[in-house]
Design a binder for this molecule. Sequence first.
Ligand SMILES: NC(=O)c1ccc[n+]([C@@H]2O[C@H](COP(=O)([O-])OP(=O)(O)OC[C@H]3O[C@@H](n4cnc5c(N)ncnc54)[C@H](O)[C@@H]3O)[C@@H](O)[C@H]2O)c1
Ligand SMILES: N[C@H](CO)Cc1c[nH]c[nH+]1
Ligand SMILES: [Zn+2]
Length: 437
Amino acid sequence: MPQFLTTADPGFEAAFTALLGLKREDAPDVDDAVAAIIADVRARGDAAVIELTAKFDRLDLTPATLAFTPAEIEAECARVSPEDRAALELAAERIRAYHARQLPEDAQWQDEHGATLGWRWTPVSAAGLYVPGGLASYPSSVLMNAVPARVAGVERLVICCPTPGGVVNPLVLLAARIAGVDTVYRIGGAQAIAALAYGTQTIAPVDKITGPGNAYVAAAKRRVFGRVGIDMIAGPSEILVIADAQNDPDWIALDLLSQAEHDESAQSILITDDAAFGRAVAAAVDKRLETLERRAIAAASWRDNGAVIVTRDLDEAAQLSNRVAPEHLELCVADPEALATRITHAGAIFLGGWTPEAIGDYVGGPNHVLPTARSARFSSGLSVMDFVKRTTLAKMTPGALAAIGPAAERLAISESLQAHGLSVRARLDRLNDGGER
Ligand SMILES: NC(=O)c1ccc[n+]([C@@H]2O[C@H](COP(=O)([O-])OP(=O)(O)OC[C@H]3O[C@@H](n4cnc5c(N)ncnc54)[C@H](O)[C@@H]3O)[C@@H](O)[C@H]2O)c1
Ligand SMILES: N[C@H](CO)Cc1c[nH]c[nH+]1
Ligand SMILES: [Zn+2]
């Protein structure tokens, strides 16, 4: 059973703290296994990747079959129905239009001394996009990773997406083609992350790795960070719904289950100011679980990590939500915009009862790769900004150097960094000797 909590109860704070502290990450020995996998791929390259893929994905590959061939991609794309193709194309265009607005601008100006200052943005040269493929496959995650990278101007885009037992989702390959991905490797897990970070005889290394994955993928991304950039550690999915009694309990139940069905470690929480409505939603969840396709996963998530919390009012609901810092936050209340002004930490906010979180997963436009496990307190969802970096620009004139150089020299001396100071002093002396102004 999910937890039923009431803020008016004396024991609420302890129970809520315990709810936030639920360990939803996987087995602690994952990191040891991942360290060994990364070391093996670094040492043996393709051979290690091929052996691990056979072991974990029941798929026998060769160096020549690590990547899908153009003919294979063509054949798989031809299997996609016109309706599914249209849905992917609609999603891709909306995601592209939304992320195009995120492109940052270069800047350049002269200050009062005549110095030219500024910055410019450049994309990473190569990005490796991880698309989960173990428990389910996610064409939508292809778009959510590849489209922002293309908008950012990344030159080389590759995808790693496991195909356990050789089962391919043609929509993953069509999504990759629509988004302009150059190469799709049919590998997954930590071995894929290691191959992207360090390269193998067949797989060229990249500069940035993005995309969600299971505990092995997350542990591998943590370990290769520094060798390559990573976006974040996008863990098991979460949703928090703040809803008043004016909602249809079945709608709210389905929204909660939409994230619970991702993973037994997912977390779905309802906060409401009406106890009877909270009970009605819980009953609607149980009813839906009787027939849901992924009911085994969703029921375990709801039972182990789910909660219904009754608050005194919606302000209290907002305060609690900020402590959860949920990946997804739905505001199903009369005035969602007003309540949203009280929200300080959330990966994505969905305003009003007509905005189910699933819209954000697929076609709304915003990215669905979002911070989990309270990391929305300090991090953001995947965006164009994950694929660009900023270079600063500075140009002194002799006059500008004369104006600010002495201060630099004094600070260099204060830090006992003599060459720093002398590199400025030599130029100032030239100026003092009548050199170029
Ligand atoms: N935050 C997001 O945007 C988002 C989107 C989609 C999915 N997800 C989450 O991503 C996760 C996907 O997990 P998944 O397992 O389905 O796919 P996955 O692709 O992340 O992991 C599957 C890979 O794990 C490796 N693996 C499996 N068992 C292993 C073991 N015992 N030792 C070493 N490696 C092993 C295999 O190589 C396999 O290819 C889920 O938790 C899902 O909720 C998150
Ligand atoms: N809600 C997931 C992120 O937590 C993203 C997703 C992909 N497909 C369906 N949903
Ligand atoms: Zn989802």
